[in-house]
Design a protein around this ligand. Sequence first.
Ligand code: TNX
Length: 757
Amino acid sequence: MERLLSKRILSLWVSILWFLFWNSPVRTQSLCPIIPTPSVYEPINGFLEVEGRLSVNEKGIPEPIRAYLIKRCTQELKLITVFTPVSDQLVFKKLFNVPEDYYSIRIDNGITIQYSSEESCFYALTSLFQLMEDLDGTYRFQKCFISDAPKYGWRGMHLDVSRHFFSLEEVKRFIDLMSFYKFNTFHWHLTDDQGWRIEIKKYPKLTEVGAWRDSTVIGHYSATPRTYDKSRYGGFYTQDQIREIVAYAAERYITVVPEIEMPGHARAAIAAYPSLSCTGEALPVPGLWGVFEDIFCMHESTLDFVKDVLDEVISLFPSTYIHIGGDEAPKTRWKKCKKCQAVIRENGLHDEEALQGWFVGKIDEYLSSKGRKLIGWDEILEGGLSENATVMSWRGTEGGIAAAREKHDAVMSPGSHCYFDHYQSKDRNEPLAIGGFTPLEKVYEFNPVPKELSHDEAAYILGAQANLWTEYIPDMNQLEYMAFPRTLALAQVLWCQNKPDISYFKKVLVEYQFPKLDQMNVHYSKALFYPQMNLFPAKEKVGITFSSSYGEEKLALKVTGEYGKVLESKEVGISDTLFLQRTKEKNLVTYEVSSGNTDKKFYYSFVSHSSLCLLVTMNTLPDEPYSGQGWFTLSDGISGTIPWKGSDWLGFDEEKIEISIDLEKKTTLTGFNLGFLEDPGSWIYYPEKITLLVSKNSKKWKSIEVLRTGRQSSVTMNVKARYVKILVETQEIKEGNPGSGHVPWTFMDELILNFEP
Ligand code: TNX
């Protein structure tokens, strides 16, 4: 009996404890507020509060961290730091024999930080500050244990200050934000066609002339006709200012890697010193974006110039890596240049690609002799990798894979996941961007080590970085908008040993990090709250479902037709499915969706037509990053938009593209229409020839030439057929145009076929 009673009491206790556990703040607090998420976060019941003064044990704290702590507490918080040998309020201990940059924090009645390096001591403080809640001057910390170390050594953010200039204060703010999320590499893109931004004492014209342009293109550069703002624009950093930034970053354990572009993207330098180019012609600093033909000429004096510039760069930047660009250097001028051809002959080089390889090799040798390492965009692979080069892979991950296989280090920065100048939502009112679609989720799923690499090869992948090219980022507001919150997703990718799933990440964003970004006045994107519409193929119609990436159940839907006439207004649940039916004539309908979490209304415009959801066989496959939803993209009722936003087009990099359709029965075909995109800067061109082949039996084919007028190619007809083939042949890119010598990209959408149902 007694035993039974004690068993009952025990089980009662268990239930009470269980109840307390589930209902105590511990459970909600198990969501770790810190980004990047630490490897171990174990909350303990209760809080530690600090008010007025923070007493720090003076033993064990590295000197620079002590200085940083004092600065932060006095300048940003209402805390006076007191250093004494007896304090146990904040204690630091150095550890040995632990993973690189490991740290731990224990918060109970005091705070103990254990660290393995100065960097990791700084990271511990970063975590501590993120954990801290400011209750009007009282600072509250969740009691907990944290144990943590980063996954990758290169955790980078890039900033292009050439296309648009950012002031010293803005660059510092960018560095501060990077440091908040434990990035350690700032890739500073200091020179490009549209502006040279670093003072070089030996060549003053680089900034006197090269830092200024007379006019800048308005809107997207693919728009026709082009218009310009006709106002002078520019700026540069003096060497003292550069030192200031380098020191500011170093205080935050961030290395600044400078980039000096060569031999291409060099029009600003050429504007200052025309003798650097093959023609010697005086050219202005361009106010247009893209790839230019005039690049550095490969004669001896260019090499001297580059070495002189690098000497000054090396004296300013302690970074081991010096980025020399190397991307997008058309070889048209070199082919016709006597001096370049002489260098090719004298050095027994195969062609102009090899000439670039030769040049990069010389620079590599020079940097190595100064104890530095060359890093360049993946084009530096094309002329053969020079001995000590590290590759930055931007055209997919292939460049990084090739480098690792050749036992060279690589940093991943593929356009598909790491280009923060791409769109991040499908909202039609997104501010103008270059193109492409890289939403938060895409960044989050990025894995810097491709599956193709073996364990040993994977060790050559140093890490990754996001690139912020600023053609369409004119100011700090827009920079923050493009960078946040995607930067936090990348921080997770680069830091977390095992990153939590994306729904956990989104919760932390919304509950903890967005309020922090608000506090810091960061102008971040709220695309996370935008409702989304998902399309799927149904029989002869398009299925539509709705979702919200942040869990709302109900959305408001308004459907309007031509001239804004409201056709329908209702509430839709996220489990509802709607259908868009085929119509005989083309018909424009717009779906406006909105949710309670954002005041933003979201629009999707469809053109319903007679071949919605027509099954198409892709005999030629689109390139993976531009494959949308495969064939369905061609007949989903959503026409590819301009500027190009990525997924609504299918993109091919083949000379001949063939697609075919089986209409399942013989019928009368009356019309055909297919849209194409042209964006020369991205090497996307209209095709040369479009042919329609029709057949009743798939043996005998009748060929019909299709005319293209601008974007649309169409033909009317009256033929009986069951099988249809569409053949697209690309044009050769003419010399002098971006991408000449390469197969152009072909982007197509939407396919409309008129036939008797
Ligand atoms: C390609 S990425 C470039 C840049 C552009 C960028 C725009 C790379 C090495 N070169 O010059 O700004 O695309 O996304």
